[in-house]
Design a protein around this ligand. Structure first.
Ligand code: FAD
Length: 616
């Protein structure tokens, strides 16, 4: 007995020593990190950090008083935050969900509602699809799969994070159904195949039912309510379920900082938030969950990963929902690490897209703003959809063409486009047809001078093209008022008119004239000698002439905070930050686009936070 005790004592002594050494090491790292923040924030780096909202991201000191409290505080009411709230409430926790916007939903409510949950869902079984968590895990960690441009989709995924996703994926599908989400009645398909694995169809679609869409202010026609796919059909039922469970949803409340016992150690105690000019401190008795949805709208943050992505680029989801990186920044200011950064810069399918709607500021291809939308005043124009890029040329800030206009964005390795796919076979790379499509890289390259981004891209066309496309070149289709659409009676006059906050220098009229003259000569010759556009068809020759905003659009955030299988946030020393969780686009280690990982990780985080036992 005595021997056991003394053994235990000596063990605990050595534990103390190891822990002390660990703590000393951690403190050294933390001190140097604090110094780094201090130095950069006060010295040369201050300007660079200003756009990151670094003031708001400082670790918050423990407040003198808490204005509100609950067991679990969730930041962001989107695809991650709502499932997290429901799961935490069902785990017996009291929950406050704060949302910066005037309504819930974030990017998710605007989304297409295509949800890639697999691993053996009841829908997969019903339609005879064979799948399992192991197969899903194997797919999403298959090093050998590449996109047609050579970028690997799954190679840089974190296996711990993917295993947790694979194990909870099918369960999350059933859970969504139990919580009121209606899926379109059809077999799972392969729409998102390149991101969801190549061994089984896994995509299901949430039906919008009678819920109004944010983008057009009304529901889809009744005959399509159960057969189309829309994010509103995911978000509104989850919002209702959360409210029914007593989750307090505080709209117009923006998290401005996370409170930790000490700046870089101890538990997370709560958050600070601002609401209509007031600051309030909200205590989390068990945990704080970050579901703020990534950083695609934060120019300085996104440029950490890709310096080319300067302020002129559009972001899918704006102007309803801005991904400002506040969750990541607040967590980093209390020591959290970023993770899986390659996935952010990988050139996958829709990561950065061509503008889908031109002549308006917000023209992501799958999001068309209509005049009855409650936020149409911010969107200002619906934009014009281009049926055939034979009808326009695209030019950069200097009025020069840069690529074949008919080319598309980054290629995607669609389901089974690797013939024949054999898991983890070295032959997969050899069996995919190489597609060198480089439209986006050419657009982002700009004029080759020292300007960091590519600058604006403009579609240039004439009155004949307007007729062929059937466009209406008036408000509310195009945005003359804010400088996203121009017309003139000559090409030189058109170039001289082009001006908005992103066109940092005038477009030289002679440059645009030369570009159009040269392009017209390619039409005569039947051959594009500069960029290989296939048989250019139409001259740009009939006044009036038009210039429409067509700058590329950033879609996703595919890297973020380091998390473990329980969605606990991990610090720069590889240690868990007690009481802090994260999921969805703010979390790293997973290159899957969209809703599925958000819903799964929201559930995991909500369950784990509610189960925390905290002393005192
Ligand atoms: C137009 C469009 C179509 C899409 N279509 C699909 C699709 O069909 N399938 C698919 O899988 N994915 C799709 N996506 C992607 C998908 O919507 C997102 O990946 C997903 O919504 C991200 O979930 P999230 O919880 O991380 O963030 P979000 O759903 O964006 O939610 C984040 C929420 O946090 C709030 N927030 C942010 N910062 C703060 C703060 N400091 N304080 C308080 N609140 C804050 C935001 O306002 C927002 O409401 C689409 C995206 C867009 C924009």
């Amino acid at each position: 007995m005595h021997g056991i005790c003394s053994c235990a004592r000596s063990k605990s002594k050595s534990h103390i020593r190891v822990n002390r050494m660990k703590r000393d090491k951690r403190d050294q790292a933390n001190v140097s990190r604090r110094n780094f923040i201090k130095t950069t924030a006060t010295g040369v780096g201050a300007a660079a950090l200003a756009g990151l909202g670094v003031e708001a991201a400082q670790a918050e000191a423990r407040p003198a008083r808490w204005d509100k409290e609950a067991d679990v505080i969730i930041i962001g009411a989107g695809a991650t935050g709502l499932p997290a709230a429901i799961q935490a409430a069902e785990g017996g926790a009291s929950v406050i969900l704060i949302e910066a916007n005037t309504d819930v939903g974030g990017h998710a409510i605007l989304s297409g509602g295509n949800i890639a949950l697999g691993g053996g869902t009841s829908r997969q079984k019903k339609y005879g699809v064979v799948d399992s968590p192991d197969l899903l895990f194997s797919d999403l960690t298959d090093w050998s799969v590449i996109e047609p441009n050579g970028f690997p989709d799954y190679r840089y995924n974190d296996k711990e994070v993917i295993r947790a996703f694979a194990d909870e994926s099918a369960k999350t599908y059933e859970w969504l159904v139990e919580h009121g989400v209606t899926f379109v009645e059809k077999a799972p398909d392969t729409l998102g195949g390149h991101a969801c694995g190549n061994s089984a169809p896994r995509e299901s679609h949430s039906a919008p039912l009678a819920f109004p869409l944010v983008q057009n202010g009304g529901p889809v026609p009744a005959d399509k309510a159960a057969t189309t796919s829309s994010g509103v059909g995911l978000i509104r039922p989850l919002e209702a379920a959360a409210r029914k469970l007593g989750v307090q949803i505080l709209l117009r409340h923006k998290m401005t900082g996370i409170v930790r016992e000490n700046p870089n150690s101890g538990r997370v105690l709560g958050i600070s938030a601002s609401s209509q000019g007031k600051t309030l401190n909200i205590r989390a008795r068990k945990g704080v969950i970050i579901g703020t949805g990534g950083h695609s709208s934060n120019v300085n943050f996104r440029r950490i990963f890709d310096p080319r992505l300067t302020e002129e680029y559009q972001v899918a989801g704006e102007p309803y929902s801005f991904q400002d990186g506040s969750g990541e920044i607040a967590a980093m200011s209390i020591g959290a690490s970023l993770w899986g950064a390659f996935n952010q810069t990988g050139e996958f399918g829709q990561n950065v897209t061509k503008a889908g709607w031109i002549g308006c500021q917000y023209g992501y291809v799958n999001l068309s703003w209509q005049p009855d939308s409650p936020i149409f005043a911010q969107a200002r124009a619906t934009g014009l959809s281009v049926k055939d890029y034979q009808d326009a040329i695209l030019v950069n800030i200097a009025g020069q063409r840069f690529y074949d206009e008919t080319a598309s964005q980054f290629p995607a390795n669609n389901y089974n486009s690797i013939k024949s796919y054999v898991p983890r076979s070295y032959l997969n790379a050899a069996n995919i047809k190489y597609d060198p499509s480089n439209f986006i890289n050419a657009a982002l390259a700009g004029t080759g001078d020292t300007t960091p981004g590519g600058g604006p891209i403009w579609a240039i066309f004439d009155a004949d093209a307007v007729k062929r496309e059937g466009w209406k070149v008036t408000a509310p289709y195009v945005d003359y008022a804010q400088g996203y659409f121009f017309s003139a009676d000559s090409i030189a006059e058109l170039a001289a008119k082009i001006a908005n906050k992103f066109q940092k220098k005038p477009m030289p009229p002679t440059a645009l004239e030369d570009t159009v003259t040269r392009y017209n000569s390619f039409v005569d010759a039947g051959k594009d000698a500069d960029f290989g556009k296939s048989a250019p068809k139409y001259k740009i020759q009939t006044a009036p002439f038009y210039a429409a905003w067509a700058t590329p659009v950033i879609h996703d955030t595919r890297s973020g905070l380091r998390i473990n299988a329980k969605c606990q946030v991990v610090d720069m020393n590889g240690e868990i930050i007690p009481g802090l969780y994260c999921g969805g686009e703010s979390a790293g280690g997973f290159s899957l686009h969209g809703l599925a990982r958000c819903a799964v990780q929201g559930r995991i985080a909500g369950r784990a936070a509610a189960a925390e036992t905290v002393k005192g």
